[in-house]
Design a protein around this ligand. Structure first.
Ligand code: NAD
Ligand code: 13P
Length: 344
């Protein structure tokens, strides 16, 4: 038909909030987009019914984003391959530990439509020994389609409640920028595009490590000065790490864009990583128990990223250059006393 067809791969709290925005935008532009937006939902029983059925009849994701009304052109689909059938624009938004399984299914020939484009809204990085790459690069390599990166100061529930905020989309080309801007830009969700896929991706991944440190500060009952110091040092390490290992990315993504400084602020105050890290200091419970208890099925991303980044720095012999990342990892995983966080 020549019209774009959008698919959303993921339906957690952020997946559902992004799907809502995209489906609303698309419904208003029938000349450019196929009206139906499919969203992949990993099947689950909710009050004895399938989650897909619940979403498609109540138009609410009772499990991950309750009380938020979803547009009727957003359709929950349980089979992964069916979600991307004929799709020209594919949004990846599963928690980062599940991306490989999804990509494996999509690598079957004929599943991804030739000429499709992708965007990743996943916060994390791919580490393999001495190698590090973004999820956008991983998606590009595995599926042979261009991939952008969306990241910003976007706590899902606040976005879903249509509180004004901004996001950043890092795109490989101008054409990608125009398309993704059309899919996501809204009055209460202002999109800025930059030609910096790796900067946007790394900002989103590394801020989750700093969020743990900020949560440790809360757990130690320290105040705003200390939190601000952690945010400053964290932003500096995030930008330096990205400049060192992803040359060509832009410092301005960190200083000027929502994906940089703004996301760091929201995540260090209202995010799940900070909340769980505070509980970790208060209770000393294992991370799995904290995640289960406080997030109720949502997924913690920062602990795995802290571990991956630390292991990468060890193999590259660069731990001394990123003391906050290293101390955060050691408090989280090696029993380092919390006040040693400041031995930088
Ligand atoms: P979430 O934390 O709400 O996690 C729940 C999702 O994980 C559900 O869709 C569930 O089906 C899925 N899941 C659980 N086990 C699975 C398995 N074994 N295989 C596949 N899927 C499984 O998810 P989210 O908040 O939508 O997070 C997705 C990404 O978006 C993350 O990288 C996160 O950092 C990022 N993000 C989240 C927010 C937010 O506020 N929630 C904001 C911006 C970015
Ligand atoms: P948390 O995963 O820590 O809640 O952060 C959400 C987020 O990415 C806000 O932009």
């Amino acid at each position: 038909s020549g019209k774009h067809k959008v698919a959303i791969v993921g339906s957690g709290s952020w997946g559902t909030a992004l799907a809502k925005i995209a489906a609303e935008n698309i419904a208003a532009r029938p000349d450019e987009f196929e009206p139906e937006v499919r969203m992949w939902v990993r099947e689950k029983q909710v009050h004895g019914r399938n989650l897909t059925e619940v979403i498609n009849t109540t138009h609410k994701n009772e499990r991950y984003l309750p009380d938020i009304k979803l547009p009727k052109n957003l359709v929950a689909v349980g089979q992964l391959k069916k979600v991307v059938e004929g799709a020209s624009l594919i949004v990846f938004v599963v928690p980062h530990q599940f991306l490989h399984t999804v990509l494996f299914e999509f690598q079957t020939p004929g599943v991804i439509t030739p000429g499709a484009r992708a965007v990743s809204a996943i916060k994390g990085v791919e580490v393999n020994g001495t190698d590090i790459s973004t999820f956008a690069a991983l998606i590009e390599n595995k599926l042979d389609i261009p991939c952008s990166a969306l990241s910003g100061a976007n706590v899902a529930l606040e976005v879903a409640r249509e509180q004004f905020c901004e996001t950043t989309i890092g795109c490989p080309t101008h054409d990608d920028s125009l398309l993704w801007h059309a899919v996501f830009n809204a009055k209460k969700f202002q999109v800025q595009t930059v030609e910096d896929v790796s900067g946007v991706s790394l900002a989103g991944a590394l801020k989750n490590v700093v969020a743990l440190a900020a949560g440790f500060v809360d757990g130690m009952k320290l105040g705003g000065n200390t939190k601000a110091a952690i945010i400053r040092i964290g932003l500096k390490e995030m930008a330096e790490f990205t400049a060192e290992f992803f040359p060509g990315s832009q410092l301005s993504t960190f200083t000027n864009e929502s994906a940089g400084v703004a996301d760091l602020i929201t995540t260090c105050t209202g995010g799940r990583n900070a909340k769980c890290a505070k509980d970790f200091i208060r209770t000393g419970r294992p991370w799995e128990a904290i995640e289960r208890d406080l997030l109720k099925g949502q997924k913690l991303q920062g602990t795995a990223t802290a571990e991956e980044v630390y292991n990468f720095l060890v193999t590259r012999k660069r731990t001394h250059a990123y003391p906050l990342f290293v101390q955060t990892y050691k408090v989280a995983f090696e029993g380092l006393a919390p006040d040693q966080l400041f031995e930088l």
